[in-house]
Write a protein that binds this ligand. Structure first.
Ligand code: UD1
Length: 346
């Protein structure tokens, strides 16, 4: 067994897929999660996929004493992958203090405790939201593109957390970090045992789309077809969640093998390919043979017109590349939705 890794938010969507890939790579995983947006059953499903049951503690990262005790219980944690955060853009506008408290407080607690417990590094879940709408000459967007003023408190917490990590390491804290800026993660595990399980009405495109396809929602609204893009709908870089999970494993390998070129490194994690919302809908219909009921609606406030990644740095430095086709990814999302119905969940 390789080193012990702490995964915060490890029962969540991206967290659970990452735990599987860490275990597949031989790491011993400790999950903490406050279960605010996920369920403890996910631990059973992870075990079913890998045959290994990860340690799990129901714990909120805002609980400093609880975190301290957890590090004491699981001695020798070498690195952290920090997913645990509130992530709904719209809700963050309504409840900014909740977002600032949760997302900033959690990270600060972890950073304070890392040196005391000998934790060497932290991989942080950042987002392409930090780029805002890149200027046309900066598309596809590289890590050097300017950081734009955040459109939402959620986006602002990602920017501030990146700065908190940089400032902490610049002050001499004996740790290193890799900031992974995800584009739009979609899809589910090929076993259909893990996937995205939103609470209530989904805000994100794919869960809304698959819930419409299965008949939970009547129709999908495409938010605007009058953007300055070839078909008028927004363009995103949709990255398969298992591919994304694998990027975390190589980031952990890099931290622990001390191969980092800087104490803080940042990588875009995307496919390098921009797909419009309408193209995605048509790709879904083609890949699954399911017809989707959709209409064109108004623009959604705060949406970025188009953004997709230049992932060259991650390809070259991390040796990581998105591999799964969009068709396989969309089929995996559909199989997950079918499985949820089979299990009587949604
Ligand atoms: C947003 C955030 C991203 C965050 C992610 C997770 C920004 C710029 N991006 O991504 O940082 O990590 O949420 O919550 O803040 N769409 C429809 N109909 C729908 C739903 C979505 O047409 O019912 C369209 C949207 O207008 C958008 C695209 O689908 O063009 C993707 O939307 P969504 O899945 O919500 O993700 P982002 O807004 O790109």
């Amino acid at each position: 067994m390789k080193e012990r890794i702490l995964v915060t938010g490890g029962t969540g969507y991206i967290g659970s897929h990452t735990v599987v890939e860490l275990q597949n790579a031989g790491y011993e995983v400790i999950i903490i999660d406050n279960l605010s947006n996920s369920s403890a059953d996910v631990v059973d499903n992870i075990e079913q996929v890998t045959g290994i049951r990860p340690a799990f503690e129901k714990l909120d990262c805002l609980d400093f004493a609880g975190l301290d005790a957890m590090f004491g219980k699981y001695k020798g944690i070498k690195a952290i992958i920090h997913f645990a955060a509130s992530k709904a853009v719209g809700e963050s506008v309504q409840k900014p203090l909740l977002y600032y408290r949760n997302n900033l407080g959690s990270l600060i607690n972890l950073l304070e405790l890392m040196p005391k417990h000998g934790v060497e590094g932290i991989v942080f879940s950042s987002s392409c939201t930090v780029y805002g709408q890149p200027d046309p000459e900066n598309l596809p967007v590289t890590e050097k593109a300017p950081i734009k003023k955040a459109e939402s408190p959620y986006g602002n917490t990602k920017q501030i957390n990146e700065e908190i990590i940089r400032d902490t390491i610049a002050s001499g804290a004996p740790i290193t970090s890799i900031l992974l800026r995800y584009f739009n993660p979609i899809g589910a595990h090929p076993t259909a045992l893990l996937g995205e399980l939103p609470n209530g009405v989904p805000q994100n495109l794919i869960p809304y789309l698959t819930q419409t396809a299965i008949g939970i929602r009547e129709k999908l609204t495409v938010f605007g077809d009058d953007y300055n893009t070839p078909d008028g709908s927004c363009i995103r870089d949709f990255i398969n969640v298992v591919d994304l999970a694998k990027a975390h494993v190589v980031a952990i390998d890099r931290i622990l093998s001390k191969k980092q070129k800087d104490k803080v490194e940042v990588f875009n994690i995307g496919t390098g390919r921009g797909l419009s919302v309408l193209e995605l809908i048509h790709a879904f219909e083609k890949a699954t043979g399911v017809k989707l009921n959709y209409e064109i609606g108004k623009r959604r406030a705060g949406d970025i017109e188009q953004v997709w990644a230049d992932p060259a740095l991650a390809n070259e430095e991390l040796g990581w590349k998105a591999e799964t086709s969009i068709e396989d990814t969309l089929r995996s999302a559909w199989n997950w939705q079918l499985k949820l119905r089979e299990r009587g969940i949604q």
